[in-house]
Design a binder for this molecule. Structure first.
Ligand code: BTN
Length: 246
C-alpha cells in the first residue's frame, strides 16, 4: 500500500482526487494525501474541516476481489488499523465508536468515509478516506465538545507522515486477513476489545425511531449486536443509524 502516492498541498478532497484516479486505472493501494482540503467530505453528506497542516487527511484506493455486499466491512477494518496505529504511535488507548469513528474518552479523533464503485457482482474500486485530528487545538463551535486531537490528548507534536506510514503498515496486514476470509472472523475479537460502549447501555437512533439496549459486540459481517430490554438481540446495520452511550 502507498507505493503509488499522490501528494497535495491544497486540494478539494482526497477522496474526490482518488476517485478520478480510480476511474483512470490507478492501482490497488494508491494513496492520496493533502496538507489541506477545501471541500473535505464527511459521512452523511457533511462537510469535513481540514485546516492547513493540522490534520492527517488521506485516502486509500483498494480493488478487493470480494463480493460488493461485503465491501462495507472495509470501513471497520480501517478503523481497527487506525486505532492500532494511533495507540502505537501516540502511546494512548483509543476506542472505536461503531462502525468507524476513533474516539478517546468519548471524543472523536478520527473519521472515516468509504465510497465504492461497483456493479452487481464486481467491485471496481473502494476509496477509504481517513481524517485524523493531529495538531488542531481549536474546533468549529458545532464540534467543540465532541472532537479532540492527538495534540490535546498527548500534549505532544506528532509527525503526520510517520502516522500515515504506521496506518498503512497496520492496514496492509489487516486487509490481507479480511480479504482472505471475506469476513471479520479473524478481526472480531480485537475490534470488540476496542469497541466503545461494549456491555453498556446505548441509544440506537434509527430512521424508524429510537430505542435502548445493551451493546453486546459485532457480528462477523460488521453488524452491531444490541440486546433489547425484552432479551431480543437485534442486528444493527451501519448507514443512517447512530449509536450512543447513555
Ligand atoms: C466522518 O464524517 O466522520 C468521515 C470524515 C472523513 C474525512 C476524510 S479526510 C480525507 C478524506 N477526504 C475527504 O474528503 N474525506 C475523508
Amino acid at each position: 500500500l502507498g507505493k503509488n502516492l499522490m501528494v497535495y498541498d491544497v486540494t478539494d478532497s482526497t477522496n474526490t482526487r482518488l476517485k478520478l484516479a480510480g476511474e483512470q486505472g490507478a492501482p490497488n493501494g494508491s494513496v492520496a494525501v493533502a496538507n489541506a482540503q477545501e471541500a473535505g467530505k464527511g459521512r452523511l453528506g457533511r462537510h469535513w474541516e481540514t485546516p492547513k497542516g493540522s490534520a492527517l487527511a488521506f485516502s486509500l484506493l483498494l480493488r478487493p476481489q470480494i463480493q460488493p455486499e461485503n465491501a462495507s466491512m472495509l470501513t471497520l477494518v480501517a478503523a481497527l488499523a487506525v486505532s492500532r496505529a494511533i495507540d502505537g504511535y501516540a502511546g494512548i488507548k483509543t476506542q472505536i465508536k461503531w462502525p468507524n469513528d476513533i474516539v478517546y474518552q468519548g471524543k472523536k479523533l478520527c473519521g472515516i468515509l468509504t465510497e465504492m464503485s461497483a456493479d452487481m457482482d464486481q467491485i471496481h474500486y473502494v476509496i477509504v478516506g481517513i481524517g485524523i485530528n493531529v495538531q488542531m487545538t481549536d474546533f468549529p463551535k458545532e464540534i467543540q465538545n465532541t472532537a479532540t486531537s492527538l495534540k490535546l490528548v498527548t500534549g505532544k507534536t506528532l509527525l503526520r507522515n510517520e502516522l500515515l506510514a504506521k496506518v498503512l503498515e497496520e492496514f496492509e496486514v489487516l486487509y490481507e486477513q479480511f480479504v482472505s476470509a471475506e469476513s471479520l472472523k479473524n478481526l472480531k475479537a480485537e475490534y470488540e476489545s476496542r469497541l466503545a460502549n461494549k456491555d453498556n447501555r446505548v441509544n440506537v437512533l434509527a430512521p424508524s425511531g429510537a430505542w435502548q439496549g445493551i451493546c453486546l459486540g459485532i457480528k462477523e459481517d460488521g453488524a452491531l449486536l444490541v440486546q433489547r430490554e425484552d432479551g431480543k438481540v437485534e442486528e444493527v446495520i451501519a448507514g443512517e443509524v447512530s449509536v450512543r452511550g447513555i
